[in-house]
Ligand binder design. Structure first.
Ligand SMILES: NC(=O)c1ccc[n+]([C@@H]2O[C@H](COP(=O)([O-])OP(=O)(O)OC[C@H]3O[C@@H](n4cnc5c(N)ncnc54)[C@H](OP(=O)(O)O)[C@@H]3O)[C@@H](O)[C@H]2O)c1
Length: 321
């Protein structure tokens, strides 16, 4: 009996490993395309940048940390020297605007925008803009940046935008009240803040898709799965929770992948010819995935969108009509 249970568990484990290790079969040539990858200095952003570069794509890595070493490494590994770094700090509305202004001066178009940068936990609850730190880095910043880069995206004949979601969106507790939580309220935990920010990313992809369809711009979101990156180490340092460390340790050892494994779905959705017309969809492990039912509530999505426009201080001209 024990042997049977052991064999069943082993089979299950091997099936999971086979499933999570699948690779993108996209063979699209990306010569002539330009991609912007936020948070491209490490983890999933690094792997996505390297995969895009390996197909001849021009890649701009935007990150808070100096990524010159990463740039050199990707150039060396892929033989593609069209890789560059630009400073971006998504935790500041002003610095995000400054970054977009620099890009508008140096670039003619952006074909692929990967809103990847993210944090698990913020060292402070609020930023200098009076916004919740996790929400600002993971969602408000990406929302603002995407708006500011719209002209560059419109200049591409096939622009694709990607937002990074997470499986944790299914345990969100997002409401209009805790949407920009800047004081501890006892009902919203650190985990909820992350889940809520990721839900907003998926919501943003869905709503950008509707609003930008007329320009031929596609927007989708991805859950990259459980990926062994620094996000867990950094979150663990701040959250100081043994429970968190144990749960992430177990999950990562059963169904975790490395950054290149996690980047497969991101890469696949933004490059695959088969998925060329997909927009407003959520993907995971190379497949279309369902979303929390709250995202079917158009009134709620519109309220979040409108409030976000106000919080990131978009001018009337910058808003999508
Ligand atoms: N790992 C997973 O299992 C997993 C699962 C689901 C979703 N995701 C999502 O995947 C994305 C990438 O995460 P990861 O796992 O690759 O984590 P990571 O290795 O920690 O990478 C995050 C990147 O974002 C950058 N970043 C952080 N704050 C920033 C800011 N204020 N401005 C600009 N860049 C900033 C980081 O730069 P610094 O080095 O300067 O901090 C880093 O390069 C995140 O959106 C995350 O939510 C990850």
């Amino acid at each position: 009996m024990l042997l049977l249970v052991f064999l069943l568990l082993l089979t299950l484990y091997l099936c999971i490993r086979l499933f999570v290790s699948r690779k993108s079969d996209s063979l699209t040539c990306l010569v002539g395309k330009t991609a912007l990858v936020t948070g491209g200095n490490s983890g999933l952003g690094y792997a996505t940048s390297a995969l895009l570069a390996s197909r001849g794509c021009r890649v701009i890595i935007a990150d808070r940390d100096n990524a010159e070493r990463t740039v050199e490494e990707i150039k060396r590994k892929t033989g593609n020297d069209q890789i560059s770094y630009k400073y971006l700090d998504l935790s500041s509305l002003k610095l995000t605007r400054e970054f977009a202004n620099v890009l508008k001066k140096t670039e003619k178009k952006i074909d692929i925008l990967i809103n990847n940068a993210g944090i698990g936990v913020g060292a402070k609850l609020a930023t200098e803009d009076g916004l919740n730190t996790v929400m600002q880095v993971n969602y408000f910043g990406a929302f603002l940046l995407t708006h500011l880069l719209l002209d560059l995206l419109k200049a591409s004949d096939s622009a694709r935008i990607m937002f990074l979601g997470s499986i944790s969106i299914f345990s969100n507790n997002l409401t209009m009240e805790n949407f920009n939580l800047i004081k501890k309220d006892g009902t919203t935990t650190l985990k909820d803040l992350y889940s809520n920010s990721k839900l907003c990313d998926v919501l943003a992809a869905q709503e950008f898709a509707k609003k930008l369809k007329k320009y031929g711009i596609r927007a989708n979101s991805v859950d990259p799965g459980a990926v062994k990156t620094d996000i867990f180490r950094r979150a663990s340092v701040i959250a100081k929770s043994r429970f968190f460390d144990t749960v992430t340790g177990v999950v990562l050892s059963i169904c975790g992948t490395d950054s290149f494994g996690g980047a497969q779905t991101i890469f696949h959705v933004v490059t695959s010819d088969e998925l060329r017309d997909q927009t407003g969809q959520h993907f995971s492990y190379l497949l279309r995935f369902f979303k929390p039912s709250i995202l079917k509530d158009q009134k709620f999505c519109d309220e979040i969108w409108k409030r976000t426009e106000e919080l990131v201080k978009l001018s009337p001209e910058e808003r999508i009509s």
